[in-house]
Design a binder for this molecule. Structure first.
Ligand code: CMP
Length: 149
């Protein structure tokens, strides 16, 4: 079953949006497979965003990610990578549709509440980076919303 990596960024945690984010993914029918609250080191944030290292906003982005605790999650379900991105909304919150997380809760691309993997390949890499093997304990895969499992 497809999995994606979702991270609630420091602004989302500080603003008390953890429950709201989890609720939206749960109500849609996705299954929470991994969850942890942690503050990451600079080198770790740079590794997560390595593809963006040449961008002018890179160092500000890393400052932001290390500025406080984040909530790292693995979500599982049919089409969860693409649909997760739809639930989150466009990267720039001003371009995000109302009804999406960023569309409802953010106004600044540099404080956009949440990250979600942009492809199945990225999801595999990000899950491996954030969740070392054996750290995801709940291996049950009951999907009550899905007819064929
Ligand atoms: P995210 O979905 O985590 O993927 C890369 C992140 O880079 C993005 O969300 C934003 O937080 C950040 N980002 C992208 N473009 C800009 C920008 N122009 N200025 C500041 N931050 C940006």
């Amino acid at each position: 079953m497809e999995q994606t990596f979702i991270m609630i960024k420091p602004d989302g945690v500080q603003r008390g949006l953890v429950g709201e984010v989890i609720s939206r993914f749960e109500k849609k029918g996705f299954l929470l497979k991994g969850l942890k609250l942690l503050t990451v080191e600079r080198a770790f944030a740079e590794k997560h965003y390595a593809d963006l290292s040449a961008k002018p906003f890179f160092s500000g982005l890393v400052d932001y990610i290390v500025s406080g605790p984040v909530v790292a999650m693995i979500w599982e379900g049919k089409g969860v990578v693409l649909t997760g991105r739809k639930i989150i909304g466009a990267t720039n919150p001003l371009a995000s549709e109302p009804g999406t997380i960023r569309g409802d809760f953010a106004i600044d691309i540099g404080r956009n509440v949440i990250h979600g993997s942009d492809s199945v390949d990225s999801a595999t890499k990000e899950i491996a980076l954030w969740f070392s093997e054996g750290s995801v304990n709940w291996q049950s895969s009951v999907h009550p919303w899905v007819y064929e499992s």
